[in-house]
Design a protein around this ligand. Structure first.
Ligand SMILES: Cc1ncc(C[n+]2csc(CCOP(=O)(O)OP(=O)(O)O)c2C)c(N)n1
Ligand code: SF4
Ligand SMILES: [Mg+2]
Length: 343
């Protein structure tokens, strides 16, 4: 019997070409679903691995980029500092696709200042928060996204109101804000695909259970709770540029979002009839969902036309890391001219 024939994608790569090192995360950890769906999304979207740069901070979640796209660039940075790392690297080469993976501890606790600033700058980055309500790597301390009243083994009870990552991203003015659930891998893959094509900050808060420290049926970051309380806003599908004319989508029942690279997101409305173009409506939706303790998932907000940090800072078309030093540095004559103006 011959070897199993690999199915190649549109750029001639097999799914194996998108794999990373074998995962060392616990079996059943939600973060493994993020890894698997990112591999599938990049493979199906024909993303050249060499065009991707991965970033992370510290945590079990921040280890995740090691387990996908080993042919891509990657930098595992300091705890909570992933956004500044990504800003610097993507400034140097705006042609790269940035994927950041962080945790609720990494982004909502130590990294909250960095999180808020990278939102308002609208850095083009797929920013995944693998949100489990605990610091998994350091043995399950309660994090800032944990629900009020949560009591875990060997931890005191959480007395504080949680931080909602999606709320913070919306208020921070990110241009693509979504929520996924590791127990709903198909939706997760579609959200990743859409995010990979978005030009701007694409935040995906993924409820990603820690099976070792926070997976009791009655806690809000568990598989059981998510399965019982998930309310998907729509069925999301992603359409490449060339195919849109042939797609049969029912107007009224679906919403189409045109992205800058010519691709499209088609959102089939479910019972909510929700459209993700209104930040105020998104905040209201979240407020209501939090009150009812529902896990609302899907694309919650998008503005494909919001200016990015690269537009605001008038970056030249030539990638900065390719500009030779002679061109980067102002000439002695031009410096003399500027200095002369100062006196
Ligand atoms: C400056 C600093 N403070 C504290 C730590 C210890 N530390 C490592 S990971 C972590 C929390 C990780 O939690 P989260 O981001 O939620 O990731 P998870 O492990 O839950 O996926 C902490 C507090 C550290 N590495 N560096
Ligand atoms: S400790 Fe929790 S977050 Fe870390 S790998 Fe295990 S299940 Fe995942
Ligand atoms: Mg965590």
């Amino acid at each position: 019997m011959g070897a199993k024939k690999e199915t190649l994608n549109g750029i001639g790569l097999s799914k194996e070409d998108y794999a990373g090192a074998p995962s060392t995360l616990c079996r059943g950890c939600g973060h493994n679903a993020i890894v698997n769906q990112m591999i599938a999304a990049c493979y199906e979207e024909n993303i050249p691995p060499e065009k991707v740069v991965k970033f992370s901070g510290i945590g079990c979640s921040s280890k995740a980029p090691t387990y996908f796209l080993s042919r891509s660039f990657g930098f595992n940075g300091l705890h909570g500092r992933m956004p500044s790392l990504a800003t610097g690297a993507l400034f140097a080469d705006t042609s790269l696709i940035g994927i950041g993976v962080s945790g609720d501890g990494d982004s909502a606790s130590i990294g909250m200042g960095q999180f808020k600033h990278v939102m308002r700058r609208n850095l083009p980055l797929v920013y995944i928060i693998a949100n489990n309500g605990v610091y998994g790597l350091t043995k399950g301390q309660i994090s800032a996204t944990a629900e009020e009243g949560l009591a875990l083994k060997n931890q005191s009870q959480n007395m504080y109101m949680p931080i909602d990552i999606v709320w913070e991203a919306l208020v921070g003015r990110a241009s693509f804000v979504a929520r996924g659930f590791s127990g709903d891998p198909k939706q997760l893959k579609d959200l990743f695909k859409a995010a990979l094509h978005h030009r701007g900050m694409a935040v995906i808060d993924v409820i990603s259970p820690c099976v070792t420290f926070n997976n009791k049926d009655d806690t809000l970051h568990s598989y059981a709770w998510g399965k019982l309380h998930e309310v998907a806003l729509h069925e999301l599908s992603f359409v490449p540029a060339a195919e849109i004319v042939t797609v049969d989508y029912e107007k009224g029942q679906t919403a189409k979002v045109d992205l800058h690279d010519g691709t499209h997101i088609i959102l089939k409305k479910l019972e909510h009839g929700y459209e993700p173009g209104d930040r105020g409506a998104a905040l209201q939706l979240l407020e209501e969902a939090n009150r009812k303790q529902e896990l609302v998932t899907g694309l919650i907000y998008i503005d494909p036309d919001q200016k990015t940090i690269f537009d605001i800072d008038y970056l030249p078309p030539k990638r900065l890391n390719r500009v030779p030093a002679e061109e980067l540095r102002p000439s002695r004559e031009s410096l003399n001219k500027v200095n002369a103006l100062m006196v």
